[in-house]
Design a protein around this ligand. Sequence first.
Ligand SMILES: [Zn+2]
Ligand SMILES: [Zn+2]
Length: 639
Amino acid sequence: MNVTLPDGKVLELDSEATGADAALAIGPGLAKAALAITVNGEIRDLSRELPDGATISIITEKSDEALDLIRHDAAHVLATAVIDLFPGTKVSIGPAIENGFYYDFEFPDGVTLSEDDLPRIEERMKVHVKAAEPFERSELSVEDALVRFRELGEDYKVELIEDLITNEGAQTVSLYRNGDFVDLCRGPHAPATGRIKAFALQSVAGAYWRGDSTRTMLTRIYGTAFLSRKDLEEHLELLEQAKARDHRKLGRELGLFRFSEVSPGSAFWLPKGTKLFNELVSLSREMGEPRGYQEVKTPQLYDAELWRLSGHWDKYRENMFLTESEDHQMGLKPMNCPGHAHLFGAQQWSYRDLPVRYSEPGLLHRNEPSGTLHGLLRVRHFCQDDAHIFCTDEQIQDEVAACLEFAFATYRLFGLEPKLELSTRPEQRLGDDELWDRAEAALSSALDSGGHEYVVNEGDGAFYGPKIDLHITDSLGRSWQLGTVQLDYSMPERFDLSYAGADNADHRPVMIHRALMGSYERFIGILIEHYAGALPFWLAPVQVQVLPVADRHSPFAEEVAAELRAGGLSVEADTRSESIGRRIREAELAKTPVMLIVGDREVESGEVSVRERGSGDEGAETVAGLLERLNQRVQDRTA
Ligand SMILES: [Zn+2]
Ligand SMILES: [Zn+2]
């Protein structure tokens, strides 16, 4: 029989040859390195027979698929170890996930697992990995499989098989054995447990069976696995760093914000945090004005009538906070768009007036489930750097290009390089193909004209129009979606928006929704983690800390602070009677960018000794000279 290799070469094999045979025929090195095989695009075990005429490629440790494969292997080994140590445990499912794997168990009565048990389970897993137990696949009729798992009391597996029969008409299922453990599993797996080169168990959590809160609460064990010890250590190190940078922890330590049970998912901003927040809002205003944005203020609370018109009543009501007034149902806005569309519609427009660009850092509320709330990253109460552009079809390309320029200029200030994604027409959509052709062409021309590289996500657009999403990678290599630029043909239709064209006839404008930072809350959370709390000088809530060496230097310290404050900087003088060493250390912990030390010499000369965060002593400088230099840094928005 013949199979085709990725380079197009045809390989001749004996009939009934397996993936492992194919790897060996290509070369003994590859046979050793092989983990699995892709057969006509599907990943399979090496031990399975190949169909004649298949296109194959061997998966090795270098392949993208390798990590998922050994992580799934590791999940089986985890279950093996758990059953060894806690006989009578019922297993459910154990997939590979981003960055690792988990397995959900129901422990026997009386056993409560804690993270203290993880080292013991890891030790047991090591025994199975060291034994390099082969993963053996077998197929069984669904009837036999049901008998088998019923006998074992594995209720979850029984339910899974019953569902496979009902939903997929399955007649057979596959089982995988490693050592004494046999799991119902689609596979594929690497040839043996020994291929897991490094792993760690990380945490224990509760998880409802099938994510259904009316079903049993199972115990989920999370872990991760890598192809080398070095990769695992790097990953764990990164997790440590991320933990140290957690914005919830830093937000508390730096005195920026708090959360309270009295208003879940809503930050209480302390004075320093409010300063930071306002600085970003000013940045949006300052950058938006020369780009033709006009700020508006629209209401918080709207009659249900408006939400019916916008479509939110049908599609989004359960995420809204609703209330009543004089027998009218009302809703707090989860988005600014309907208010802006209403505002635009309240006036006559000529084509000469367009584009109209309304911006509004409006307060929004979304009723997110309490279980999904996460610090500033997932909140119920927030504010976006939101804007809506009303323009003609011909203006779309230039407007979108201008939004991208605005986004790049914003991200550059934080040293962030965006990656762009264009999402095109989904199956379910509004408007004819001709409209979508034009809209998608306008977006791709805007991307091309800016010289931007981008990925196309076919079919991922909103039902009302295509969009461009902007993703950034932070200093820990994590990716975040920040900005979005979306075309919308639906809302202008629903609100019956129009403008008088050059032909004097009424035309429908198109609406562009755009946010660049996203919500200020989430963006601040991301920035805190990106900078590990050490915000750049222009953004730091306390830019300068003046530290008198002794009490007698305090008046001069206050004088210096007042002069810098009058010059527009945010300055504190720490005149407490703590030792100078201790106050310097505290200013460092507070990540203050500039410290000024004043002692006898400084009082005498009228100068200050400058200490920069990160680089240490910078020598003496006059207050006037320092003020000019620091204000330049604010103006240039540099670190
Ligand atoms: Zn499995
Ligand atoms: Zn919008």
